[in-house]
Ligand binder design. Structure first.
Ligand SMILES: C[S@@+](CC[C@H](N)C(=O)[O-])C[C@H]1O[C@@H](n2cnc3c(N)ncnc32)[C@H](O)[C@@H]1O
Length: 209
């Protein structure tokens, strides 16, 4: 599947032509109203980053970005976009076939995945988020559109990321999206020694039991 995906996506990106103007760095439109929630430092990870508009936006915001995709053509454009905007040193664009799972990496303050869906990645994505980290996911959905193998079923994102704190999201018109935060870990309170509530035995009396 990986080779087919790569060839298909390389052909699509190649058809646009390298001379075409690159998109400006920007979050996907669905997350724009929530841009202030994105941190301005720390590690960001983007899955299926395409030509890098969101990755470069996060790097411009101050994050260290690791963005991955299966298409070398898209990744070359993404690297060029990062260099053009002076943030190449904060971006790592990695060739990865996500059908093989999530590449290893440090805990992420943000995980962004826009218009790429693989339910096998949901649990690893939630696990990779650092405490307090932000998840931003948007996928094609069956809700308000036809069913299909690449589309999320109704409620899929809510169920998959139910361990996270819901911030915003919706599904309809063929799209589902979710913005959620991993709860901070609060250490359990120190164990208090249990008090012995039995009455003190009177001197000379048998211990009441
Ligand atoms: C619809 S595009 C979305 C690109 C980008 N996230 C955006 O919103 O502009 C889907 C992306 O997934 C990538 N992709 C498809 N299959 C993949 C795979 N198995 N592993 C990694 N990336 C893949 C494609 O190369 C393409 O860039």
């Amino acid at each position: 599947m990986g080779d087919q995906d790569r060839l298909r996506w390389d052909a699509r990106y190649g058809a646009v032509g390298a001379a075409a103007p690159s998109p400006a760095p920007a979050l996907p439109e669905v997350f724009c109203a929530h841009a202030a929630r994105f941190p301005s430092a720390g590690e960001a990870m983007e899955l299926a980053c395409g030509t890098g508009a969101s990755a470069v936006w996060m790097a411009e915001r101050g994050m260290e970005v690791c963005a991955m995709d299966i298409s070398p053509v898209a990744l070359d454009r993404a690297r060029q976009l990062a260099d053009d905007h002076g943030v190449g040193h904060r971006c790592r664009f990695v060739l990865a076939d996500l059908d093989r799972g999530l590449p290893t990496g440090p805990p992420a303050a943000v995980i962004l995945c826009h218009m790429f869906r693989d339910p096998r990645l949901y649990a690893p994505m939630a696990a990779r988020l650092a405490p307090g980290g932000l998840l931003a996911v948007a996928v094609l959905s069956e809700v308000g559109d036809r069913p299909g193998p690449f589309r999320a079923a109704r409620g899929e994102l809510g169920r998959a990321f139910g361990s996270l704190h819901f911030l915003a999201g919706d599904e309809g018109e063929g799209r589902a999206w979710l913005l959620a935060e991993k709860p901070l870990v609060h250490p359990p309170p120190p164990a208090r020694p249990e008090r012995d509530l039995r009455p003190e035995p009177f001197p000379g009396c048998p211990d009441p039991k």
